[in-house]
Design a protein around this ligand. Structure first.
Ligand code: SAM
Ligand code: SF4
Length: 333
């Protein structure tokens, strides 16, 4: 095997792999899934943990140092703790994180930490019980809040909270979320509502931009200070804090201000497709090679092929853009 690093056609170094380990979920968020759920992939077509591990090991040998586990809901897949522990042992993997809806986090937090997980991102879009129910079609707000506490206690830090802001739905709670950063060491991330194949339907005017959100917050709660290293290693969020606050807030704005120029990601879906861009349906099948006896060089070749096919940027803001055919639950975010 060569040791060449994964670098795409636009000189972007690809060092971050997001693995979606399941398409199943214990919630049905309105912006992600229809109420009855989605047609699930046949179990045999979902990659086994050892198959994910093999890809991660080969990717790590080519410069991938960060892995995020996502889903569906990753904590509903059996054996997740052992899988994480096996990933944490791969040489070169420095950062192992997980995105979860938090429903099961309370019971898992300490075991996740012990397995070698560094930190968690918890998706939470409302702090009001009825609103939470309406958005997720589940009555689990208290479970998620308990999960946040446990994650902090277990040292899965910084605990990040991802809030997808949808105009007319939960935008009246933006200040409550921002305020949490003044009392808790949480990193609150406001995420623009993105166009995926959802029942609810995406409309541009439901998406609040980073500029709009920031001015709503600053008008009411005072000026924010930018966090200096907001370009370095912290991902796509523009980060801010209030002086002396234990937490911080950040904006992830793929729709209004794309961050494609610094994209360092490759995504692997639970059914074994390498997805080259969150917003492009262009995918490379890696499952076949994993199952037909192909050697590591072939897996390596497919990784390089996917990286070479990464587009320069997404086209959400252009007329040619078609909504992605997969839902977020099938990509992993
Ligand atoms: N189930 C886990 C969770 O909810 O955190 C992991 C998978 S979920 C697909 C990953 C992230 O995608 C979540 O933070 C969710 O809020 C976000 N997401 C789903 N659909 C979205 C959309 N249309 N626009 C913006 N974010 C979305
Ligand atoms: Fe499930 Fe996460 Fe999608 Fe909500 S956003 S339905 S929790 S996969």
């Amino acid at each position: 095997m060569t040791m060449t690093k994964l670098v795409d056609s636009y000189e972007r170094k690809i060092d971050y792999l997001r693995i979606s380990v399941t398409d199943r979920c214990n919630l049905r968020c309105v912006y992600c899934m229809p109420p009855e759920g989605i047609d699930l992939t046949e179990a045999g077509n979902i990659l086994r943990y050892e198959e994910f591990h093999r890809i991660a090991r080969i990717a790590a040998a080519h410069g991938v140092s960060k892995i995020r586990i996502t889903g569906g809901e990753p904590l509903v897949r059996k054996g997740i703790i052992e899988f994480l522990a096996s990933l944490a042992e791969i040489p070169g993997i420095e950062d192992l994180s997980l995105t979860t809806n938090g429903v099961l986090l309370k019971d898992y937090a300490q075991r996740l930490k012990d397995a070698g997980l560094k930190r968690v991102n918890v998706s939470l879009d409302s702090l009001q019980r009825e609103r939470f129910q309406k958005m997720t079609r589940g009555d689990n707000l208290q479970d998620v809040l308990d999960g946040l506490d446990e994650a902090e206690k277990a040292g899965l830090t910084p605990v990040k909270i991802n809030m997808v802001v949808i105009k007319g739905f939960n935008d009246d709670e933006v200040l409550d979320f921002a305020l949490m950063s003044k009392t808790k060491p949480y990193h609150i991330r406001f995420i623009e509502y993105m166009p995926f194949n959802t029942q609810e339907g995406w409309q541009r005017d439901k998406c609040l931009t980073m500029k709009e959100l920031k001015s709503i917050i600053e008008d009411r709660l005072g000026p924010l200070e930018p966090i200096k290293d907001s370009k370095g290693g912290a991902g796509p969020a523009r980060r801010y804090r209030w002086k002396d606050a234990p937490g911080e807030i950040g904006f992830i704005s793929p729709v209004s201000e794309d961050f494609c120029g610094s994209c360092n990601r490759l995504r692997l879906t639970s059914d074994g497709k390498l997805r080259v861009c969150l917003f492009s349906d262009s995918e490379i099948d890696i499952r076949k090679a994993l199952r037909d006896g192909s050697n590591d060089e072939e897996i390596e070749r497919l990784l390089f092929k996917a990286v070479a096919e990464k587009p320069e940027r997404h086209h959400i803001n252009e007329n040619i853009f078609k909504k992605c055919s997969r839902t977020m639950s099938l990509i992993g975010g």
